[in-house]
Design a protein around this ligand. Sequence first.
Ligand code: UD1
Length: 417
Amino acid sequence: MLPSFERLLKIRGGIPLKGEVRVQPSKNALLPILAATVLAEGPCRLSSAVPLRDVENMVEMLRRFGAKVEWCDGGIEVDTTDVHPQTIGRELTGKMRASVLFLGPLLARFGEATTDLPGGCRIGERPIDWHLSGFEQLGYETKVEDEGVVHVWGEGKNRVVHLPGVSVGATENVMMASCTQAGASVLNAAREPEIVALGNALSRFGFGVTAGDSEVQIAGGKPRGGEVEIPSDRIVAGTWAAAFLATGGEGRIVGYPHKDLRAFTALLLEGGARLEEDGDALLVLKSPRLKALKFGTGAFPAFPTDLQPIVSALLTKARGKSRIVENLFESRSNHLNELGRMGARSWVDNRTFTIEGVKQLQGALVSSTDLRCGAALVVAALGACGETLLQDRHISRGYHGFIASLESVGAQIEVCR
Ligand code: UD1
């Protein structure tokens, strides 16, 4: 049986995309910053935020905690003065991974927090043991009940946390839990651009946080409201580059975060893509058929796992056999099954995927099984022969106005339901 879906996209393949697109603000930067507004204890403005489904869910959680949240021209205004800890039911926390990120700020402000276990894309186990270890190292008590309710409480009396593994979410949660403590530090921290963005936001909210290295340092201070600009979404920027290349088109991607995408851009260049840096834009020039590539995903600055499905889609038509090692998530290969329906040839051996490029993909009936799988299928469908019917319920969690932007550069997509 096919999984449930909420819309059916009919995508006509084989039309080279041409023109200019602007990269949307980053979902994965915005979500932790929304959680961090709890620490500001006052009015905050997050400019250039866009209303993605995951963002709407996070906003709904903030409201249930007692925050006033309004969408305004080009952003979100949040006032967390009257926030208090609340248990948020699984019907909401289960929709996304980032719901767990309220634990850190609630702990720092109130010394207690409770949540239901988070949901999110089904790409692996995705435990939260390193988050809990971080809280325990700070001095808090933690308890996970059989039904999946997580409680954390006590006093954060310690200042140094050494995370058991490199994790974006655990780094964000523990940074927020410890940021009221002057002189605190988080060791073995992740260094993703979204962590730097969170550090900058926390500094705006009064806490003097330096992030972006394997040690996050916290100078501490007094909470205050503030304005934060959300940076460009590196995964969406990468998706655009792939979409132009898959169709043999050419375009200008404005707001391309070059320094956040070094590993991705370098890999495409190695495959023979013709790309040029043009200020804050990337020019994708008409490129030859890509060569097969070998790469592995990893924590920043290595190749981002969220772009693995999207590059997989490109490699289904490359010359020769590509080899990908997915080092972060143990079951992030669902997109390969779906691409197989379009004629792609691939083999999965645990975390190693082999993709043998074919000359052409054929349109087919496919389903997005997670957010980036959905984006990968759009990329593949745009470059395929004939029509693809994509059953989707994930893409709008992370891509804003995607179909309209694709149409603006020549794609033919019909939303059938
Ligand atoms: C974030 C991103 C997600 C991206 C991922 C890796 C958001 C909302 N999501 O997810 O899009 O794919 O980073 O770049 O920003 N792990 C543990 N225990 C923990 C935490 C993590 O074992 O307590 C493991 C995970 O199972 C995974 C690895 O660490 O194998 C990396 O996960 P992590 O960096 O935490 O990803 P997320 O923060 O969930």
